[in-house]
Design a protein around this ligand. Structure first.
Ligand SMILES: Cc1ncc(COP(=O)(O)O)c(C=O)c1O
Length: 372
């Protein structure tokens, strides 16, 4: 049997950077400086520039980034925030964390991102904000989403946890909404060596406020203007992210090349649906999600053949026990239900070889053949 193909290969990705990382992180340990300071400021500046926003604020993780964005926009108990039914649960959790209620809408069947037509038709009662998710690394269709939000006076907070560097009409995601939340969870296209996140935005007052809330509501060292939270990006994580950010564009390109290899080999396989990229968008393939028949049987076959796969995500948010109180049932968001029942995430990482892709494709074809 060939060598296993991992779902993700972080050690391989970090190997060429090890000397630089060890030197910088070793320097911080020697200095004893771990919270805030120059490494965080330097990363925030570089990341804001990469995104095309005036500011970036490092925070503890992507969930907090979204929660803090909603909090400084004044979203609170009694308010409603629109969230796609198919995303990681953190998008909705951020809404719950500020005491507001998520209202789910279905996704577009081609791009799997928030369906602008469903958004235009949604019950508008109590809505304060909408959170499009650039799922799997593909930007949501921002033009109609921004137009609907503007018409109704809603804030737009982008969930960019999976979209570092993906573009829509030539602009990088994270520069469309009033605020945007990023995750630097290790497996993301830009990942830290632990948890991390950032908020981007160009509104000076809101960014200043967010910075204070994320640091215990501090006005000065000793004065706290409001009860805040402790949600800061560590200096060690920031220093590592600054080093990795320089490689992000090249890594995203390598992922796109690998997606091209998958597409060429799988597009005509009966019963399989490959990812499609919407008009005027670039996809950074954080996740390469395929729809396959009998997904769970495929997962067993892939595991037996040494191919590491994932599922993002098996249960849509409206059917999650955590949101049972919202009273949804099977059939409420049909596209999300169909995609979650059939999606499987294939190995995808910078440096994946054409031979590894061939090995994965062979396993997909064997599965389809066995079922026909
Ligand atoms: C779409 C989406 N939103 C939010 C998050 C939350 O990010 P974190 O895990 O850094 O809190 C994630 C990360 O897994 C995500 O994939």
């Amino acid at each position: 049997m060939s060598a296993p193909v991992p779902f993700l290969d972080l050690p391989q990705q970090h190997r060429p950077l090890l000397n630089e990382l060890n030197q910088v992180i070793g320097g911080l340990i020697a200095e004893g400086k771990f919270i805030g300071g120059a490494p965080v400021a330097e990363f925030e500046k570089a990341f804001a520039k990469f995104v095309g926003s005036a500011h970036a604020v490092g925070v503890a993780n992507g969930t907090d980034a979204l929660m803090l964005a909603l909090r400084v926009l004044g979203v609170s108990r009694g308010d409603v925030v629109i969230v796609p039914a198919h995303t990681f649960i953190a998008t909705a959790e951020a809404v719950s964390m500020v005491g507001a209620t998520p209202r789910f809408v279905d996704i577009d069947p081609i791009t799997y991102t928030l369906d602008p037509k469903a958004l235009a038709a949604v019950d508008k009662t109590g809505v304060k904000a909408v959170m499009p998710v650039h799922l799997y690394g593909q930007p949501a269709d921002m033009a109609p989403i921004l137009a609907t939000a503007k018409q109704h006076g809603w804030h737009v907070v982008e969930d960019c946890a999976q979209s570092h560097g993906a573009t829509y009409q030539g602009k990088v995601t994270g520069s469309f909404g009033v605020l945007a939340g990023f995750s630097f969870y290790p497996g993301k296209n830009l990942g830290a060596f632990g948890d991390g996140g950032a908020v981007t935005g160009s509104d000076d007052a809101r960014i200043d406020h967010l910075r204070r809330v994320a640091d215990h509501g501090r006005q000065t060292k000793q004065l706290h203007g409001e009860p805040g939270v402790n949600s800061r990006l560590d200096a060690i994580q920031a220093a590592a992210l600054t080093i990795k950010l320089k490689h992000l564009a090249a890594w995203n390109k390598e992922r796109a090349v690998a997606a091209g290899w998958y597409e060429a080999r799988l597009k005509d396989v009966k019963g399989v649906v490959t990812p499609k990229v919407g008009a005027l968008r670039s996809h950074i393939y954080h996740i390469y999600a395929l729809q396959v028949p009998e997904r769970d049987r495929f997962l067993e076959h892939a595991a037996a053949q040494g191919v590491g796969c994932g599922v993002h995500y098996a249960v849509p948010l409206h059917l999650q026990p955590a949101y049972k109180a919202l009273g949804h049932k099977q059939g409420d968001f049909k596209v999300a239900e169909q995609v979650t029942a059939r999606c499987v995430s294939l190995p995808m990482f910078p440096g994946i070889t054409e031979a590894q892709v061939d090995q994965v494709v062979k396993v997909v074809k064997e599965h389809v053949k066995a079922g026909s």
